[in-house]
Design a binder for this molecule. Structure first.
Ligand code: HMG
Length: 460
């Protein structure tokens, strides 16, 4: 085995906008029943960008902050790849804009470019980075994976499931979060559940109900395959027993809205239930007995299954998944970076000791559709100064940073959404607004000239 050991995530940086709208305020403003967004979707706040921010500025900020935090020299990165579905140019990659940060140091020898398929681009980039490191192309340097998106919807029932943010991850050997080898399962198919055919608009076309079914179907398929793969590995090692959720200490999901994730964990338990022996079904899965013999594919719209599985999996949800929803609850969907924001939230709410040695299951979903189930093995060493302890403490300021954002009214939010529509693809302008309302150290769009060329500046 000549591969580098323990390739995975060494360090992370999370960025979200400095302003948000409260979902209770939005319920009133949109004249819907109280609780529809906060209880029904499980969302309390939604972050959103001003017109001074675009996908390039979000990614510039998160990369610069990660480099500052790790204090690595700019020439130590040999691959940088961006996962995003927020497209402002059909040819020029966000990656090319990020080169602005590296080229001053003389480092222009950086592989990787943008990867796009809805929320899946970040995961594709992470897989590519690990593949590079485990291939003959690797030159011994770090890889950086950047995922970010501005998730916005037109007025209507999808709008409260928006959000915005970015995550940058440093990938390398001897990582505290190791991508487990041979344990990725994928399901891809052609679906029109959410897509962006209109290049003149930031908004997607979305069939909400279909998208939920597609997500759950992909989850079932990926989980089934993942279990087969791990059981095969186990068999080779002499272990012969079924894999269940008990073998994952934590489980994180792409999070379009938090309720969807609670239902997804319940769905995984339902998968375990259907494939268990009847003795195990009786002893371990109380409340699901009535659904014995059902086929997964016949239950996507079965509200009784939904309710019973939610109830049966509540303890498990509280233990394995709830902490990972912290950022999503307060900031909303961030498409490609959603899953990695969940990872950061999970790390932020557990000590290095709690996490050491555990296995984290991860489900990534991007409409259209592309999905994977994979797992991260957390290193055993949680001692002070260990890579794990450093990673955990680096995300511990998330709650404080979220609490320092500015609350905006639904009227102000709507006005800014209207402004974004108006300025999208406008030329020869400088976005209006006070740059002091951005977090310190944030990059912002300074000017778009008459040839659509964008110029960025950084708030001190
Ligand atoms: P809707 O039609 O407004 O919502 O749209 P609903 O009427 O179905 O209500 C939502 C839930 O709230 C329901 O819960 C209601 O009962 C409940 P459920 O029955 O499903 O368990 N509810 C209440 N609860 C408490 N108190 C109340 C109350 N009223 C209702 N008063 C929908 C919801 C998610 C469809 C919409 O917001 C949407 O289209 N969002 C965008 C699409 C989306 O998020 N899809 C998720 C899966 S696809 C995905 O993850 C990919 C994605 O991230 C994109 C990418 O890949 O790039 C989106």
């Amino acid at each position: 085995d000549t591969w580098p050991k323990d390739v995975g995530i060494l360090a992370m940086e999370v960025y979200f906008p400095a302003q948000y709208v409260d979902q209770t305020d939005l319920e009133k403003y949109n004249n819907v029943e109280a609780g529809k967004y906060t209880e029904g979707l499980g969302q309390t706040h939604m972050g959103f960008c001003s017109v001074q921010e675009d996908i390039n500025s979000l990614c510039l900020t998160v990369v610069q902050k990660l480099m500052e935090r790790t204090q690595l020299p700019w020439d130590s990165v040999g691959r940088l790849e961006v996962g995003t579905e927020t497209i402002i140019d059909k040819s020029k990659a966000v990656k090319t804009v990020l080169m602005e940060l590296f080229q001053d140091s003389g480092n222009t020898d950086i592989e990787g470019i943008d990867t796009t398929n809805a929320c899946y681009g970040g995961t594709a980039s992470l897989f590519n980075a690990a593949n590079w490191m485990e291939s003959s192309s690797w030159d011994g340097r770090y890889a950086m994976v950047v995922c970010g998106d501005i998730a916005v919807y037109p007025n209507g029932n999808a709008r409260p499931t928006g959000g915005a943010g970015a995550v940058a991850m440093l990938v390398g050997p001897k990582a505290p979060l190791v991508l487990e080898r041979g344990l990725r399962s994928t399901h891809m198919e052609n679906a029109y559940d959410f897509y962006k055919p209109n290049v003149a608009s930031e908004y997607p076309l979305v069939d909400g109900k279909l998208s939920i079914q597609c997500y759950l179907r992909a989850l079932d398929r990926c989980y089934t395959l993942y279990r087969q793969k791990i059981q095969k590995q186990w068999k080779q090692a002499g272990i012969d027993r079924p894999f269940t959720l008990d073998d994952l200490q934590f489980m994180i999901f792409h999070t379009p809205f938090c309720k969807m994730v609670q239902k997804s964990l319940a769905r995984l338990m339902f998968n375990d239930f259907l494939s268990a022996s009847s003795d195990t079904q009786n002893s371990l899965y109380k409340g699901l007995e009535a659904f014995r013999g059902l086929k997964l594919e016949d239950t996507y719209t079965n509200k009784d299954v939904d309710k019973a599985a939610l109830k049966a999996s509540l303890d498990m949800f509280n233990k394995k998944t709830k902490a990972s929803l912290y950022l999503s609850t307060h900031n909303g969907n961030t498409y490609t970076s959603s899953l990695y924001g969940c990872l950061a939230s999970l790390l932020c709410h557990h000590s290095a000791q709690d996490l050491a040695g555990s296995r984290i299951g991860a489900f990534s979903y991007g409409s259209g559709l592309a999905a994977s189930f994979f797992s991260l093995r957390v290193s055993q060493d949680a001692s002070p100064g260990s890579p794990l302890e450093k990673l955990v403490s680096s995300v511990s300021d998330l709650p404080k940073r979220l609490a320092s954002r500015k609350r905006m009214s639904p009227e102000e939010f709507t006005e800014i959404m209207d402004q974004r529509e108006q300025f999208f693809h406008k030329v020869n302008f400088s976005p209006p607004g006070d740059t002091n309302s951005l977090f310190p150290g944030t990059w912002y769009l300074e000017r778009v000239d008459e040839l659509y060329r964008r110029k960025y500046a950084r708030r001190p």
